[in-house]
Structure formats: structure tokens, C-alpha cells
Design a protein around this ligand. Sequence first.
Ligand code: SAM
Length: 286
Amino acid sequence: MTPPTAPAAAPTAAEVRAAVDAVPLWYHSIDLPHGITTPGWFDLRPIIDTMPWPDLRGKRCLDVGTWDGQLAFEMERRGASEVVAIDLKDQTQWDIPVRGRPLAAPVLEGMVGEDKAAGFTTAHRLLGSKVERRAISVYDLTREAVGEFDFAVCGSLMLHLQNPVKAMEAIRKVTTGHFLSAEMLRVRATLQHPRRAVALLEADEGLVQWWHPNLAAHRRMVWAAGFVTEKQSRPYVIRLGEGHPTGYTLKERAFALGRRALFGHHGLPHVSLLARVDHTVDAVAR
Ligand SMILES: C[S@@+](CC[C@H](N)C(=O)[O-])C[C@H]1O[C@@H](n2cnc3c(N)ncnc32)[C@H](O)[C@@H]1O
């Protein structure tokens, strides 16, 4: 008979600090034991409650494009019975515009290092999380691959996808209840076109950015993918975290000033939509 293994001792502050420092890039600012916070590129902590979360207690939940896992850990904290978090295997699998590939792919890979999941794995261990991370693209979500979820969240991903509506359709295929879509907001186009769905096509050489929607376009994408929006957050800004690269261009500084004036601090403007699966779509599609 194998002897029972002793429970692992809680990590000391020095161990937590060393584990955090060993991760080349933190995307999220995550609170860990001993009052240590990861030096993320983005700090979701002040806005996470602004997102219109439904009651997740006892629900099977999916986080799409999890990176370091902050939204997945949040669902676990909110009482989800099971959380699956998906992301790509490595950085080169992003939907990089073809002209940007030679430039963007090595930069993206160099930033993160060999292990795209390093931050997630470290935070997961230090938080004692049970979230299951799977390396799978949103486009490849099927019930055969991941099963079915009561709830799905996806944050700040659609901008980076060539085909955001197809991605949302794939999320719908594996979701039976609600979908929380938290995406970047094109503020000027929202003010100029409050009712018209307008998305700016970026697709330039240096960035992995495709469609930048105004509010109406975000709502339309969710609708086109077969959901019905039930709630909408107020617009909010995701602040740049401690680890965010500095050294802004003049244009970026001008944007920063504008955002400070509009939202009170610099960061990336977002809005969250809580939508339910529209089951009448399946009847139409048949
Ligand atoms: C901008 S980050 C957002 C991270 C997190 N969802 C949030 O809201 O803070 C986008 C994440 O989506 C992942 N991603 C990019 N393309 C993807 C795809 N096709 N399928 C799944 N994840 C993808 C990236 O690797 C990255 O981790």
C-alpha cells in the first residue's frame, strides 16, 4: 500500500515572489497570497465587478482566450462548479495578418517565451485553482472537444480575430445559457454612430488587430452569432498594469490624454454585453 502523501505546505512569501519573477510576461494583475500581485500588462481588478456577471454558482463555465486566467479564476471564485479555460498553444497561432507575420510572430513569441501558459500555470498553482486549461482555438470549439457549458465569457479577444462572428458562433455551439462578451470599444465611432454598426478595420503590419467595433457593431456581432443581449455594462477602461511597456509615441500620448478626460484614467475602453443563447435561431437554421 502506498503511504498517503502529506499535503503540500503553503508557499512562503519568498517562494511566491520567486515564482512570479520567473514568468517572463504577466498579462493580468492577479492578487496572490502574501499580498503579492503579478505585474500584469493590464489590471482588470477595478472593473471586474462592472462586468454584468450572472449567478455562476453550480454552473459549468468556459473562459475563451484566458491568457493568465484572471476571468477563469474569477468564475471559480464566484462559485462555478467547473471552469475550463482555453487559449492557443503558442503565440504564433494568433490570427496574424499575412503581411504582419514576419514582424509580429517573432515579437509575440519573444515577449512571452516558450511557454504561453507560464503565467496561468503559476497563478493556478499559487491560488490552489481547479480550473482546467486546454490549448484549443476558439474556432475549434465543439461539443465533442469540450462538452457543453452553462456560461461562457470572452474578454478582449474579438479585436484580434479575423472572423469574430465565426468565433462567437463557435462559442454559441458549446453554450446553452449565457455569454458575457467583454470587448474593446471604439469610442469615437460610438459617439458618431450611436445606432449604426460600424467597425474600423485595422489589419496593419505591426499589430495583431483586426476589427475595432463601435457599441452598435459589438451588439450586432453578438446578435449575428445567435445571441440576444440582455444586459450591457457602462463603458469602462481597463487600466494599464504595472508591467505594461512604456515609451509612448506622440499619438499614443494624445489618446491617453483623451481617455483620461473621458474616463478618469488611461487604459483601453471596453464594454461588456451579457447575452443569452437565442434558441429560436436553431429552428430557423434547420
Ligand atoms: C488580449 S488577450 C485577452 C485575455 C483575457 N481574455 C482578458 O480578457 O483579459 C487575448 C487572448 O486570446 C488568445 N487568443 C488569440 N487568438 C485566439 C484563438 N483563436 N482562440 C483562443 N484564444 C485566442 C491570446 O493568446 C490571448 O491570450
